[in-house]
Every structure is written in structure tokens, then in C-alpha cells.
Design a protein. Structure first.
Lengths: 487, 454
């Protein structure tokens, strides 16, 4: 299946006239006037609708395929969350509308903050960060602000385990900190000796994901918290894997001082082909004064925004308004639908699905990266043996899975485990879909043993075969040029 | 159990396969003393019918007021087709196109988007979007520092006519990397930035100059003179623009003799609803020579094994998942779904449709200004041509008037007194193509009544 570029459907003078306001003359100083119209497509409304509908059909998505992309929590995005967040009263509301015309919206945000505090064990929440990485930024910026407010200007080192997401060290750099990387032990836990070595008077804090990106729970977390706090540092919780522990253990109870939550993972807001995300942050007592603004507050029966005047020590603003408001409403609807009991069930069934899938794949002869450990909500398979013996690597398995109708797991992350697949089924998948995935993995293994070239040539049934990434980066083609113009 | 498909038989069978006595046993590695008991702060579950009732009540609680605020978010008509396609599950519930072969729809759309944005802004390359306009300015400032290797100062000049919230966000995000923003005053009589004010910086090491067009007051800046001054003095130029205005205005790629270096802005006017503040998307375009310093996802066209064209994430060596602490930014996601909306919107509207929307918005703002300035106690702060926003001076404090208008179902504008106290009782108003002459008359009638009564 192939759909030509929208520009090739374009014909001079074609219009979707039913969308146009009446024609009036614009008044622009001559020297500022646009001389030639931008070369945007000239298509009918139907041509646009058909083109983009066809493009959508070239995608794998949660609604169409099992999507066990590790560390991304691709669970079902309930349709109600979308419809209710797009009610006209929310959709037409201007972000700077006065508070007395924003009470219904503010009530949702305030209650969302309260629920997030409860499930994380934190004392305050700000919803403004627009993605996980921005939540991380807010978290580390707050840690920096805390030390500075105490006159502790030397604390500029952020400790990050080697298994961490790339955003962790990148965030520390953005905040003007130096990154100190520490290794993990062969069993997946943090190397406490290495941690002790890394801690000192320059330690601003540590960034941890728990369960870690290795798919296992950090068993020494209380000891880690004690050591970091004794050294004068603070603990940052990367909420990427919050789905694993929702209702089971709270980051605040583990000793974390600040956390970001990926609402687009744990609380099921859509991934949208790569965003919008939402990276709400929660903090313990010490960091409350530094939260980013604005924050929804309740005074008596009225709701209002807290801003710089209420929090003079805030790290400031991260978005032009109040973050990805529509995403927050979707998360609110989802949390209210789960309710108190439903929160516990998320981790229950996420862990059940992950451990079942791991057990079945192991029984079929696949190698777990951490065989002696329980899986959290995800786990790692290493195909090192297949790569060595059969010449078929993790990327080949991933591409062949697409032919079998499964989105591939995360490949080659975390970087510590060679030839790895990081597999996260989520709680919303049924047993028979997990079984079908196992059957596909087994079939690919057979193919790899009998006809490795077949697997290495995959995929065959998708809109394109394997793409030339090297050419993409060397012969940059980042915007279309019409042939007659490009000659 | 909402959204969980397991039957009791499934659970029994799965536990047997795992070899665990209970689901609870799967959490045995979590220290017992840390385990969460009951989450009493979470209310009991609502079913879809119950949550729908609650959300309808909340959405209706504040009515549907008539909106005359812009200040960075604009109430434009959106064709029904746009969001009908955006919310198709194949776009809505897909993720970042890590597996390019299974994500050609999203990737081709992003390539089309990048093409449209380069054409609209007159630049050579675009990324696949950033979070919003304000954070895009912060990223542009950081990018300018990386791209301008000869400049050591990390010092950036920003006229006070640049959106004040954008300036705040840029400060918050870049503070850790010791960027400094010098805010340069505007002409109090004109509401625009006079390029002559740059003379005081001649001979100094300035990394970049920011220009917003139209500026925060809706007025047109002398973009050619500012761009040429910056280039003559060895500084890069960052343009902050409303993408819709570019249907009428000279694109930043043509400002001055050489054109600007980086263009950013908020894409919200292109088919994204106001939605109480987001999600919107930030856009960024630049010259080809700076592409490796650009943050965010970039899509490239290439070929597959059979030589057939296809699309993929490219130049990933800039990004955090490869470069880690040395990445151009910590940004991971973009605002894919909103870019999907904008790409469909631009395709349906075309250049002529955008021009009509822009021109009608300008005309309705002119009509709004005429109607409101006929009221005693209301004057226009700055003369001259403008796009679709205007600053009005009132004879009394703005905040109580806005509250009173709100009670009459009118969102009357943005109070400038906090960010621009020197303007006195100043109000920023906006009308888009959606505001009819009747809407304007209703606002004027309500304001006249309020001003008369006091």
C-alpha cells in the first residue's frame, strides 16, 4: 500500500471553499506583505480526508495491534476520556479566561492533583510540565533551587544509573549539572559501593527509575534513600515505570523527594504518534515552595490559580499557559473510572501479564536477561545466543514480528543488555493475545533456525521494507521539492 | 474491572504457568514495610455513564462565554474533518515511530508537515514540533548558543514586545545553562521596538536577537532593520511568529537582506482548539546549515530495500536516547497529534484559506477597536496597522471590569497591568474570523453600560 504525498494531489485553483470566511482585503504595510503565497496543497476536502485516512491506515496502533513497546505503557486509551475532554465547554475555553468562568475546569485539575498526591505519597503536585522530559527538567531544577536557597551552591552533581533513560542525563545537563554514572549489579540492583563512592559534598541528587529500566524492582531502595539523604542529596523518581507499582508502593514512602509522572503512560492518555505527553510533578515537603506554576488551588468552595505571587520561590513557568490541559482532563476521567480499587488492579494485572509472558517465552527456550528475578510490568529477553549462533539479531526479530501483526517491543534499550527486547504487555491485553505473541516468537525462532535470510529480510508485508537509515542521514531529504522546481 | 479483560479462569491458568500462588506473590520483591494499604484519598470508581454526567456538568458549569482574548491562543474555526481524522485510533493511539515500517502514516504526515512549515516560514528545514511556542523560544535560544560558535557570551537581546510569558518560560528553561536575556524597551508612544535602540549594543558580543512579528500588542515590527542590524553585528536572529499571520506577511526567511536564522512559534492557530490551554504545539524551522543543532524529532525521506520511497526518524545522533548528557535537548516526544491536526488543517485550507482567515480576523479586530473606542473612557493605545490584536486604554482599572463582563458571559480581553504597568489601565483585545458584527456589538454594549454606571 502506498499513498502519494499530499502535494502530488494538488492542482492550482482547487479549493475547499466551504471552509472559507468571506473575502476581505488585508491591510499590511507594503514592505511587510507576503509576495508569493506559500506553496501549500490545493486540494478538495474529500481529497484531504481520503489522503489522511489512508495515511492513518499505514500505522500500527493500540487500537489495531498488540503494541508491547517496553517502557512506553501502551495500554488501552478509553474513548470516553477523549470524548469527555473534548466537550464544548472545555474545548472553547480560553486559557486566560477569568477564574470565575473556569470553575468546572479548575475543579477537575484540583481533584487530579489530589489523586496524584494520594497514589504517589507526595505532598504537592504541579500539572504544568508538558511531557516526561519536561517533568524531569522541573524535578532537577527544583533540586537545584532547593540547594541554592540553602546557600549550598556546590551541589551540582546528579547521579544516574547506567540503565537510565537517555532523558535523565540530558536533563541533568540542561539544568547545568554534571552527570555521575554508576553501574548496576549483575542481578539488576544498584551497586551500593559505587553509589557510596559517588556520593559527596557535591551531590545534588540521584535520578532513579523503580522498577528500573531493567524491569526489576530496586530492592535496596531504602538503603539508597538513606545514603543519599545522609550525603545531603535528594532523590528524584522517574515515573516512567509507575504502572508497575500503582497501588502497591508509593514513591513518597520509598523516600523520594520529587517525582514526575507520565500521564500518557500510567494514566492512559493517548501517545498520539509521539505526543502530546504530560509530565506532572509531585514533591515532598522540602520542595513545595519550588513547584512550577500555575497550580490549581481550592479556597472554600472556589477554585483559583496559584502563581508567582503565591509561590515566590517557584522555579517558574514551563509553558505559555498551564501545560497540556486537555491531556490532564483525559487523565482525570481515567482515574475517576478506575477509582480506589482500580488503582491497585493496574499493577496487579500489568505484573500478571508480564510474568506470564516471561514464563511462556522462557518455557519456549528464550533467554531472560534477569532469570532469577520477578518481572515487574515489563521484562527483558536477550537474543545474544540467536545473534551468535544463527546470525539473527534483536532487530531482525523485531522486524519479523511486524509481519506477524505485532508491534515490536523496544529494541536495544536498555543499553546494558546485548541484543535485547524490552517487553511490556500492560494490563489491558487478554491472555489469548499474549499467547499469540508467544506463538509468533516461536515461529520466528524456527524460521531463524531454518532460513535465517528470511528473518533478516523482514518485513515483507508492510507498506515499505527495511529502510535505508544511513542514506536518510547522509542525503538529507527533510522537505519535499516539486520535481519542476527541483530540476 | 474497567479495561481489564482477565477472567477468573485466565488468572488461575496464568498463575499456574508462572508458578506463583497468587498475584500478590508477584510483588514479593517489594519490602513489606513499604507496601501501600488502602488509597482512601481516591474516590470509588465511576462507570462511563456516571463520569459522563459529571464531566458534562463541569463543562457546562461556566457556560460558553463570548471570547475576545488572544494573547497567544486564538479562537479560529476548525473544519469538522480535522479532528474526525486526528482522533482515528491509528493516529490517536500510536506512539513515536520507532518502527518506521509500521508507522509510515505518521512519518509521511510529519514529512508533509515539515514541508508545509518550511514553505510557510520561508526556511529550509523544520523539526517535527516541540511542546509549545514558549518552550520553543527557550529551545531556539539554546540552539542559537550552540550554533553560533564564535559568540561566547550566551547573551540574547529580547524586545519587551515579545510575549512576556514566553520570556518567563525561556528564562526558566535556560537558566541552568547560564543564558542571559537582555530585555530592550519598546517605544512607549508607538508600541513597537525601535531598531535604533540596538545602537547601544554595537561592538558587544551578542549571540542572538529575538523578534516577535506581529508583536505581543498585535503591531508590526520593523523586522528588516532589526534582522540586518543583528547580522551586521554578528548575532543570529530568532523570529517568533504566528503561523497564520504568515499567510499575509513576508516570511522570516525573507526578512532583511539574508533572512532570519531560526523561526519558532505556537502552531495552535492551525486547527488546534483553545482547549483551556493545551495541548498545542511549538514549531521550529531553520537554515540547513544549523540542522544538526536543531532539537526534537526530524523525519527524512529515504528508500527501502527495494528502492521504494519511505520515511524514517533521522539525525538521531543529536538526541538524548543516543547522546545522553551531550544531547541537543532532553526533549523526547513531540506534539504529534496536534501536528496531525495542523497538517490536515493546512491541507484543507490551503494558502488562500489561511489568507482569508487572517484577513477576516484583522478586519473584525478593526471593527472591534472602532466599536469599543466609540465608548467614552476607552481609547486606542497605539495607532497604525495591526494584525488581529489591539491595546486599549481604559479610564479605570481593568480587572474589575473584566470580572463584570465575565458575569455577562463575555471574556473581554487580557489585562496588561501586571506585565506592562507603564501602560496604565491597558487591555489587550482580539477578534478572529469567528466573531461576528453582532458579537462585537454585544461586547460594546456591555462595556458601555459598565463604564457609564460607575
Amino acid at each position: 500500500m502506498h499513498e502519494p504525498l499530499i502535494f502530488t494531489h494538488s492542482r492550482a485553483g482547487r479549493r475547499a471553499a466551504g471552509q472559507y470566511p468571506r473575502e476581505v482585503e488585508a491591510k499590511v504595510p507594503e514592505h511587510l506583505r507576503r509576495k508569493r503565497p506559500a506553496a501549500l496543497p490545493e486540494v478538495s476536502e474529500l481529497q484531504a480526508v481520503r489522503h489522511f485516512t489512508r495515511l492513518s491506515q499505514l500505522n500500527f496502533s493500540i487500537d489495531t495491534h498488540f503494541y508491547p513497546l517496553g517502557s512506553c505503557t501502551m495500554k488501552y486509551n478509553p474513548r470516553a476520556c477523549n470524548e469527555l475532554a473534548m466537550l464544548p465547554g472545555f474545548l472553547a475555553r480560553h486559557p486566560l479566561a477569568p477564574e470565575n468562568l473556569s470553575q468546572g475546569f479548575l475543579a477537575c485539575l484540583y481533584e487530579l492533583q489530589e489523586m496524584l498526591k494520594e497514589v504517589t505519597g507526595m505532598k504537592g503536585v504541579s500539572l504544568t510540565p508538558m511531557a516526561g522530559a519536561q517533568g524531569e527538567f522541573a524535578g532537577v531544577a527544583m533540586i537545584r533551587a532547593y540547594h541554592r536557597a540553602r546557600g549550598d551552591h556546590e551541589r551540582t552533581e546528579i547521579i544516574v544509573p547506567d540503565a537510565a533513560h537517555g532523558t535523565n542525563p540530558a536533563t541533568a545537563t540542561m539544568c547545568g549539572c554534571t552527570v555521575i554514572e554508576i553501574p548496576s549489579l549483575p542481578n539488576g540492583d544498584i551497586d551500593l559501593d559505587a553509589l557510596k563512592q559517588a556520593l559527596g559534598p557535591k551531590t545534588a541528587g540521584i535520578m532513579l527509575t523503580n522498577p528500573s529500566t531493567l524491569g526489576v524492582f530496586e530492592r535496596n531502595i531504602r538503603e539508597v534513600a538513606r545514603l543519599v539523604h545522609e550525603a545531603g542529596g535528594l532523590l528524584y523518581y522517574d515515573g516512567a515505570n509507575l504502572n508497575a507499582i500503582l497501588g502497591k508502593v508509593r514513591p513518597g514512602d520509598m523516600g523520594f523527594d520529587v517525582i514526575h509522572m507520565n500521564l500518557h503512560k500510567t494514566f492512559s492518555t493517548p501517545h498520539g504518534g509521539g505526543g502530546p505527553g504530560s509530565g506532572a510533578v509531585g514533591v515532598g515537603e522540602r520542595l513545595l515552595p519550588f513547584l512550577p506554576v500555575p497550580i490549581a488551588a481550592k479556597e472554600g468552595e472556589r477554585y483559583r490559580w496559584l502563581d508567582e505571587r503565591d509561590l515566590p520561590q517557584t522555579i517558574g513557568r514551563l509553558s505559555a499557559f498551564m501545560g497540556n490541559a486537555g491531556v490532564l482532563l483525559r487523565a482525570y476521567v481515567y482515574m475517576r473510572m478506575l477509582g480506589r480499587e482500580g488503582m491497585h488492579r493496574v499493577a496487579d494485572f500489568a505484573a500478571l501479564n508480564a510474568n506470564y509472558l516471561l514464563a511462556r517465552l522462557r518455557a519456549e527456550g528464550f533467554d531472560a536477561a534477569y532469570p532469577e528475578r520477578r518481572a515487574s510490568h515489563e521484562f527483558i529477553i536477550t537474543l545474544k545466543r540467536q545473534a551468535k549462533e544463527l546470525g539473527v539479531n534483536a532487530m531482525d526479530f523485531a522486524k519479523r514480528l511486524l509481519d506477524y501483526g505485532f508491534h515490536a517491543p523496544t529494541t536495544y534499550f536498555p543499553l546494558l543488555v546485548p541484543e535485547c527486547l524490552l517487553i511490556e504487555p500492560t494490563e489491558t491485553e487478554a491472555k489469548e493475545d499474549l499467547d499469540a505473541f508467544v506463538a509468533a516468537m516461536v515461529a520466528i525462532q524456527r524460521e531463524a533456525e531454518q532460513d535465517a535470510a528470511k528473518v533478516k529480510g523482514a518485513p515483507y508485508t508492510l507498506p515499505v521494507r527495511r529502510l535505508d537509515d544511513v542514506r536518510a542521514a547522509k542525503q538529507l531529504d527533510l522537505a519535499y521539492v516539486e520535481p519542476e522546481q527541483g530540476a | 474491572m474497567p479495561f481489564i479483560p482477565h477472567t477468573e479462569a485466565d488468572v488461575r491458568e496464568m498463575l499456574a504457568t508462572i508458578g506463583a500462588p497468587s498475584i500478590e506473590a508477584l510483588f514479593e520483591e517489594i519490602p513489606a514495610e513499604l507496601r501501600t494499604r488502602e488509597l482512601t484519598g481516591i474516590p470509588p470508581a465511576l462507570n462511563e455513564m456516571e463520569i459522563a454526567r459529571l464531566m458534562h456538568e463541569r463543562a457546562q458549569q461556566d457556560g460558553t462565554p463570548l471570547n475576545f482574548i488572544g494573547a497567544g491562543a486564538y479562537d479560529h474555526h476548525i473544519p469538522s474533518a480535522v479532528w474526525a481524522i486526528v482522533t482515528r485510533g491509528e493516529f490517536y493511539s500510536a506512539y513515536t515511530p520507532y518502527q518506521a515500517e509500521a508507522s509510515q502514516g505518521t512519518l509521511q504526515l510529519l514529512y508533509e508537515y515539515q514541508t508545509m512549515m518550511t514553505r510557510l516560514t520561508g526556511m529550509q528545514v523544520s523539526n517535527a514540533s516541540l511542546y509549545d511556542g514558549a518552550s520553543a523560544l527557550a529551545e531556539a535560544a539554546l540552539m542559537a548558543v550552540r550554533a553560533h560558535r564564535r559568540s561566547k557570551s550566551a547573551r540574547i537581546l529580547v524586545p519587551a514586545t515579545v510575549n512576556p510569558t514566553y520570556r518567563q518560560v525561556a528564562h526558566t528553561i535556560t537558566e541552568g545553562q547560564r543564558l542571559s536575556f537582555d530585555v530592550v524597551p519598546y517605544e512607549p508612544a508607538l508600541g513597537t521596538f525601535d531598531p535604533k535602540r540596538l545602537a547601544q549594543y554595537e561592538g558587544q558580543d551578542i549571540t542572538a536577537v529575538v523578534i516577535q512579528q506581529p508583536n505581543f500588542f498585535g503591531l508590526f515590527e520593523d523586522v528588516d532593520a532589526i534582522t540586518d542590524w543583528a547580522h551586521a553585528n554578528g548575532a543570529l536572529v530568532i523570529a517568533v511568529v504566528n503561523p497564520l499571520s504568515l499567510a499575509l506577511l513576508k516570511p522570516p526567511g525573507e526578512w532583511g537582506t539574508k533572512g532570519v536564522d531560526i523561526v519558532v512559534g505556537d502552531g495552535q492557530p492551525l486547527g488546534v482548539p483553545l482547549s483551556s490551554g493545551g495541548p498545542y504545539f511549538g514549531f521550529m524551522t531553520t537554515r540547513m546549515e544549523h540542522v544538526r543543532q536543531m532539537p526534537g524529532r526530524i523525519i527524512g525521506r529515504t528508500v527501502d530495500l527495494d528502492g521504494k520511497p519511505g520515511y524514517t526518524l533521522t539525525l538521531q545522533a543529536r538526541e538524548q536516547h543516543i547522546r545522553r548528557s551531550k544531547a541537543t535537548s532532553n526533549i523526547c516526544t513531540n506534539q504529534g497529534l496536534l501536528v496531525t491536526a495542523a497538517t490536515i488543517y493546512m491541507s484543507i485550507m490551503g494558502a488562500e484559506g489561511l489568507e482569508r482567515v487572517a484577513a477576516t480576523s484583522q478586519q473584525q479586530t478593526t471593527a472591534l477597536v472602532e466599536a469599543l473606542t466609540r465608548i467614552p473612557g476607552v481609547t486606542l493605545a497605539f495607532d497604525g496597522l495591526r494584525f488581529h490584536e489591539a491595546v486599549l486604554r481604559l479610564d479605570r482599572p481593568v480587572a474589575p471590569l473584566l470580572a463584570a463582563l465575565a458575569e455577562r458571559g463575555i471574556v473581554g480581553g487580557y489585562d496588561l497591568s501586571r506585565h506592562y504597568p507603564e501602560l496604565g489601565h491597558a487591555l489587550l483585545v482580539c477578534a478572529t474570523e469567528k466573531r461576528t458584527d453582532e458579537d462585537i456589538a454585544r461586547y460594546a454594549g456591555a462595556l458601555a453600560e459598565l463604564l457609564k454606571s460607575a
